[in-house]
Design a protein around this ligand. Structure first.
Ligand code: SF4
Length: 475
């Protein structure tokens, strides 16, 4: 533990005035924790049916072995999600443990080489954005979680060679880091002399899910970040799917008071719906219900929370989600999801190719299938509705899968089956490579960049050369 991490957060007078008004509520999420909860004779009918006897037997036989699914990712479900998942196979696939998860445990212990970009415990500093881990759990656990190393508290190798689990960020240390970074940037004409990065303007609060924190903890983070000069605070959350009642009047009172005290700071809710069953009501035949006023009928608590969020002009609501096998592979469902979100003032920003987490082969779609899925789902959507792009996170930065073609390019050997075009959307340090592309011959089986290493045609972005170097040289 460093000296600074022992220091308690000392709010400014302005922050304290805001914090004094915050009210906390105790929530009952009806948590179901662990596979053990599905065992025994005294289960309710609904609990009995969620896993079949055979599924449970197989999962329990893996306990304590290298293939233990709960060691990879603990089982956790809210009652709200359990109730909707009972009638939705995609949602069951999202939340139910399966033996396939540990069939092949290949994958990166630290996906995206995040430790390379972590100057401080719990902070990933890329671009002008800092991502902070404020908590290491969520209301429920997605089986495909791309933060499984944090949530399952796995030990990972750090840049200095030591091995330990990832920790969360602490307010005093983070505030010091932001102030110092921005001071140096300011004194050097707008760029950091060592990394060439700009001012830290945005912080993404993540984890885990920040919305599992009580209001007073969220409020402390908001006030501290605002006082440190952060212009936009993003909150990455799946709570609208797992427990929408968390967005209650005490939460909205808190953010309204925050806006009153810090009107210059924008809040961006980065929400995470994978499938329309997570927010739309279904009739007894399993069909979505038409709203007589247009659109479809939402699950009441989720619809109410979205309306409250989108009614506030200092909040932007943006959806991002990975494509995962067995969860969101249906073109029509994806079309409904994008249309209905846009209709309710939520922007569709990214769909992601799954990361190379441990066990990723059980979850990730092939890159080319993912691109076709998104492209087909956007046929028939208006330009406003079809803004989502397909992104895959390269170690160098966020990368878009721009196009997958089917025809050969005349005169270019290796393109007989078509090509895939990648575009670097942002570099992890600065921006000179933004917009640079890489073109590779197709490989329908590729689920990660490594699937194209032997078929690079053109690579001005450096996706297939620099990725081969040691990460410490990526600067
Ligand atoms: S909500 Fe996000 S961080 Fe939480 S378990 Fe799901 S994927 Fe992981």
């Amino acid at each position: 533990m460093t000296e600074t991490s022992k220091i308690k957060y000392q709010p400014t007078i302005k922050a304290q005035k805001f914090l004094d008004k915050v009210e906390n509520t105790k929530y009952d999420r009806g948590m179901i924790r662990g596979l053990n909860r599905f065992l025994g004779d005294k289960l309710s009918e609904e609990m009995k049916d969620f896993y079949s006897k055979e599924e449970l037997e197989e999962l329990m036989s893996l306990k304590g072995t290298k293939r233990d699914v709960e060691a990879r990712m603990p089982v956790k479900i809210t009652n709200h999600y359990f109730q909707i998942a009972k009638n939705s196979l995609p949602l069951q696939n999202l939340i139910k443990a399966s033996p396939q998860e540990t069939d092949d445990l290949e994958g990166a212990p630290d996906p995206g080489k995040q430790m390379t970009y972590s100057p401080l415990e719990g902070l990933i500093h890329k671009y002008e954005l800092g991502l902070i881990y404020v908590v290491d759990t969520c209301s429920a656990h997605c089986r495909f979680c791309y933060r499984e190393e944090l949530i399952a508290r796995k030990e990972i190798k750090r840049e200095d060679g030591t091995v330990s689990s990832k920790g969360t960020a602490k307010i005093p240390e983070l505030v010091n880091y932001i102030l110092e970074h921005n001071k140096v940037v300011n004194e050097n004409g707008g760029r950091h002399p060592e990394t060439n990065r700009e001012k830290l303007r945005e912080i993404l609060m993540s984890g885990g899910d920040p919305m599992v924190l009580p209001n007073n903890k969220l409020a402390e983070w908001f006030a501290a970040l605002a006082d440190a000069g952060i212009e936009s605070i993003r909150v990455g959350t799946k709570e609208l799917a797992f427990f929408p009642d968390r967005f209650d009047h005490t939460f909205f009172d808190m953010i309204d008071n925050f806006n009153h005290s810090y009107p210059e700071v924008q809040l961006r809710m980065m929400i995470h719906f994978n499938h329309p069953d997570e927010f739309l009501k279904k009739d007894e035949n399993g069909n979505y219900i038409n709203n007589p006023n247009g659109g479809l009928v939402w699950i009441e608590s989720t619809g109410r929370a979205i309306k409250e969020l989108t009614n506030r002009n200092f909040i932007t609501v943006i959806n991002q989600a990975p494509f995962i096998k067995g969860i969101n592979e249906d073109v029509d469902e994806l079309r409904i999801m994008q249309r209905e979100l846009r209709r309710n003032n939520v922007s569709n920003q990214y769909f992601f190719c799954g990361r190379d987490i441990v066990g990723h082969k059980a979850f990730n779609l092939n890159i080319e299938d993912a691109w076709n899925l998104l492209n087909d789902s956007q046929k028939g959507l208006s330009g406003v509705e079809s803004t989502a792009r397909l992104s895959i996170t390269h170690y160098l930065g966020k990368t878009e899968v721009v196009a997958v073609t089917n025809e050969p390019i005349p005169g270019f050997p290796g393109t007989e089956n078509g090509v895939v075009i990648f575009k670097l959307l942002r570099g992890a340090f600065d921006a000179p490579k933004k917009g640079k592309v890489a073109i590779v011959a197709r490989n329908p089986n590729a689920i990660w960049f490594s699937g194209y290493e032997d078929r690079v045609i053109f690579d001005e972005a450096g996706l297939f050369t620099e990725s081969m170097q040691s990460t410490s040289s990526i600067k």
